[in-house]
Design a protein around this ligand. Sequence first.
Ligand SMILES: Cc1ncc(COP(=O)(O)O)c(C=O)c1O
Length: 408
Amino acid sequence: MKHLFDESDWNVYKCDVLNLSVGTPGSDLLEQCCENFKIASVHRMNLEKNKNNAYLFQYGPTPGIEEARNAIATFCTDKYQSEVKSDDMIITSGATQGLHFVLTTLVDLNGVVFIDEVTYMIALDAIKQIDTLQIIPIPLTDEGVDLSRFECILEEKKFKPKNKEFWGIYYSIPVYHNPTGLLFSEAVCEGLVKLARKYDFLICCDDVYNILNYCGNAPPKRLYAYDKNTDPDFRGNVISNCSFSKILGPGLRLGWIETSPRIRTILLKSGVIRSGGCFNNYTSGILTSLFELGLAQTQISCWKEIYNERMVATCAIFQKHLPVGCSIKSPGGGYFIWISLPINTDASDFLQFCKREEKIIFIPASAFSLDGKAKKNCFRISIGFHSTERLIDGASRICSAITRFLKL
Ligand SMILES: Cc1ncc(COP(=O)(O)O)c(C=O)c1O
């Protein structure tokens, strides 16, 4: 196997099928990493040898080296136009491992995980792996999670945790949601923070698409920024779980958690991070050089521009050619377009049709929910991997296939 998708039906590199399922950058983008990382590696190795006592090859400080956290904090403060402090950060080996670390360290193992009725399917698999946890899906509206429904369930489920800080956790992707592309409204974000404080549960946001905003100057405010430590009822309930996978390459296995002192202190006491000495010390050193040399900033801007072009071009095709009764909501950022077929149509059936007739694959809503039933008429395509030309071709053929499938 050469990569995650090799030897499977999901092999996005195969040319005979147009695979619009996977949320990952393609080779045309990833090949930029070769030269950039070569330069950054030489820069870092010289520094380690001549000035740094080769500490990069020692067990690292648990939250990650200060220079890496400073570089990320400076970059994010500039991009978000909202302060990100290196002292609030812990370097991780990506959002997936970050979520696993959070679940096992902070949440009562007999506790509850609240998820959106459709959510990132592999996070759901990772959550299911801890099979003592109860998983409860909450409906989504056009504004984000349904707060009144959520509060009824919180009232019913809350309990006093035994050995962990939190009895429950809400896992979500409030900015450019996977799979729906949704951006949670300000009112929903404010409401979520109020609920988290009132019922003292944890919120873990996968903030992996935030930097990829295609409208306006700054990305939308992350939920973490709504949990203000100047509020009289502040407790510190939110985690922003971030990643370089979509902006510098998933193979780096590098991300960071930004959170309150209450949560950070507990995470940093974990034997896993203490024995490990930072989750990915070596790569965080190379990343520091990548930022110091301005290479990371240039690569991220370049990728963002390409993704933006892909998103705009693909949405334009759907908006123009989707048959009556179908719809999309153009997301303002991220990777995903969520397409709704007429209400009683099963997107899994359409996938089989599209695979057979057009050799195009995507992910139907059934893959994103706990019981496989929520939003069954919808499916997700990703703009991350393929060129604009291939995406335009794919989107046009999907529209034509829908017309035939629905016998319009
Ligand atoms: C919402 C979400 N979280 C996490 C990940 C994976 O992130 P990482 O590569 O940092 O583990 C993805 C990738 O598809 C994602 O969409």
